[in-house]
Unconditional design. Sequence first.
Length: 330
Amino acid sequence: MKVFVTGVAGQLGHDVINELDKRGAACVASDLAPQYAGVADGTPVTTCEYVSLDITDGDAVEKAIADASPDVIVHCAAWTAVDAAEDEDKRELVRRVNVLGTENFAKAAKKHDCKMVYISTDYVFDGQGETPWDPDCTDYAPLNVYGETKLAGELAVSETLDKFFIVRIAWVFGKNGKNFIKTMLNVAKTHDKLTVVNDQIGTPTYTLDLSVLLCDMIETEKYGYYHATNAELVGDGYTDEGCKCGYISWYDFTKEIFRLAVEAGHSEYGPDCVQVSPVTTAEYGVSKAARPFNSRLDKSKLEKNGFNPLPTWQDAVRRYIAELDFDNLS
């Protein structure tokens, strides 16, 4: 199998290439930079075949896919800076990247008879209520520019192709790039009091775990819409062993991040050193973009179709923190 992966300077694209390499797949990595510009960790993504590509250039995308002749396109590249997407001077670029870029790959996939994986988000919904979103729900009502453009990307794929996987994720963290965990650990180095919202509810997604699922998917023909975040533990609240919550808030997430950092030997993140207080989204009042209160994603379709669900988010965060360089959390 040969796989063309976009966005390899980001968290997910980095891990997808490395997982594909483990499985013996031929890989072509792609991003905008002239050469690979992600973390220089010596993994296969840093040395595999690389194509510099502006995904908004339809002719360039067509040539790249024609030259690579892949069996599968895994489209991880996207504009993901949610607040910046609201700026008037950036909206057209966001649309070009998230909509036109996706359309270009969908057209190339159709022409060259490739499977395509498109990574999407719970932001295509309105974020209301408490019921987990079903992957086949079509009650789309994005709250912001980012959500609007990711939905348009979904439609570009589903209306062009038959052989597609649209996989919605949320609250992403991985080795290669910025994320909420790194941000909280960095902020706590200089602040002993933090406020974190407690009325936005969901579960995080570890790109290392997600990459395994995506590679499992492309080895099948079980096409369609899926939701994939790390699994929830059954229970509620906290014990000495940590958070036993199912779906969580960003506040819950932060408390567990710090607890696991202490467990890993970093006592400076303990409750005596860093105080974390919950606030509502309205009280926090910083974001330009409207944020969903309900990011719960129903993942039961994975098991129904024979795919292994991702491990629990608590397990994922523990493994991730064990790998972090706390002196360099960029």
